[in-house]
Design a protein around this ligand. Structure first.
Ligand code: CS2
Ligand code: MG
Length: 402
């Protein structure tokens, strides 16, 4: 079997997605998600101009060799654009392998380790009362884990709070929207939110919170400590993670578990965090961390050090990524949680898929391969729309992490 075509499909069914479709001479094809929110066309060009020509004529079953060829062969290693492109190829090759074997991909990864993939939803609202209503809605839908985000009094807008409650899309304008941030206002507010949520929903519901890279280590330590009475499952991205040492300081001060990794691209971004047990959940994904092959490598390292998976699953990761993530999640021994932000009806129609939600769990498709497809005719009806993620400034105008 040989690869005869590798085409890049860019489509915007309510938001932008980049998909790689690898076709073989036997008619079997595979899909890989290549979406990098706000930088989509860089990955599309990388794949079209620099990767697709190298794939033609290759044996699609040589997944590991192809990964190494693209990683080592580029000379320029790592980085989100490169690793998202490598991920798309790797994911598509696993899809082909599953289809050829007649097995869902999770069975090629060692088979089922659990009944279903526990997911968390996003309860968000401007006020605490709004967010309580949203948490109740997720509990009603059967969710066992809920992420809680609210507006911060005195700030005009806050990440993670959206007008449409089931879908969240922060990339809202071609030229980035500017947000304003105050660490003082935020730190003063968040504990009171979790006090209310815990009081209302009791001890069993898993509660999560995303800090979105906005604090320094000592500020994050203070937040973690102030949230201890409310027993969070995790505090996410407490500090920007370029400095892995920063996490040691947080760790010294608080027992609130830490999750990080949605912007990581390789095992080298989290190797120290995992090896020194500075985190509890690693949130790398199929699409941004080199595909199923490399994600498995990261999770295997994590398993040695009591770190569990908690893969990113925001709306900007396509149903192709979600399908692939679920095959990994169901198979690995150290699964923790899977983020699940629903896609809109338009997105679901472009990407018909066999995974399904029931009672707080997602279940991977039992079809051979990943169990997800793309309707190319429908995709063509939704042309790319430029959309950037917001930027963030302190109240005095200083640029801050968004
Ligand atoms: C967030 C994301 O889901 C999360 O945890 O951090 O929504 C993130 O803001 C987006 O994926 C950025 O594209
Ligand atoms: Mg996050």
């Amino acid at each position: 079997m040989r690869i005869t075509d590798a085409r890049v499909i860019v489509t915007c069914p309510d938001r932008n997605f980049v998909t790689l479709k690898i076709v073989t001479d036997e008619g079997v094809y595979g899909l890989g998600d290549a979406t990098l929110n706000g930088r989509e066309l860089a990955v599309a060009a990388y794949l079209r101009d620099h990767v697709a020509p190298l794939l033609i004529g290759r044996d699609p079953s040589r997944i590991e060799d192809t990964w190494q060829y693209l990683y080592k062969g580029a000379y320029w290693r790592r980085g989100p654009v490169t690793m998202t492109a490598v991920a798309a190829v790797d994911t598509a090759l696993w899809d082909i392998l599953g289809k050829v074997a007649g097995l869902p991909v999770y069975r090629l990864l060692g088979g089922r380790s659990r009944a279903g993939v526990t997911v968390y939803g996003h309860a968000n609202g401007e006020s605490v009362d709004d967010v309580l209503t949203e948490v109740a809605r997720y509990v009603e839908l059967g969710y066992r884990a809920v992420r809680v985000q609210t507006g911060v009094p005195g700030l005009a807008s806050t990440y993670g709070v959206s007008t449409n409650k089931m879908f969240y899309e922060p990339a809202d304008a071609a030229i980035p929207t500017e947000n304003v941030w105050s660490t003082e206002r935020y730190l003063a507010h968040v504990p009171s939110v979790f006090a209310r949520v815990r009081e209302e929903f009791g001890p069993a519901l898993k509660l999560l919170h995303d800090v979105h890279h906005r604090l320094t280590p000592i500020e994050a330590a203070r937040l973690g400590r102030s949230l201890e009475p409310f027993a969070l499952t995790w505090m996410e991205d407490p500090v920007p993670a370029e400095s892995q040492d920063g996490f040691r300081l947080i760790r010294q001060h608080t027992t609130t578990p830490i999750a990080v990794g949605e912007v990581f691209n390789t095992v080298w971004d989290c190797e120290q965090l995992i090896r020194e047990q500075l985190i509890d959940y690693i949130r790398t994904t199929v699409v941004h961390a080199g595909g199923i092959s490399h994600l498995r490598r990261i999770f295997d390292l994590a398993a040695l050090h009591h770190v569990r998976s908690g893969s990113h699953g925001a709306t900007d990761l396509s149903p192709v990524c979600m399908a692939a993530a679920l095959h990994v999640d169901i198979a690995i021994p150290n699964f923790g949680l899977q983020e699940y932000m629903r896609h809109t009806d338009a997105t679901d129609a472009v990407f018909p898929h066999g995974y399904r939600y029931a009672d707080g769990y997602l279940h991977p498709s039992e079809e051979p391969g990943l169990g997800v497809d793309i309707d190319e005719d429908l995709a063509a009806k939704y042309p790319y729309r430029p959309a950037s993620l917001p930027v963030n400034r302190l109240e005095d105008g200083t640029m801050h992490s968004w």
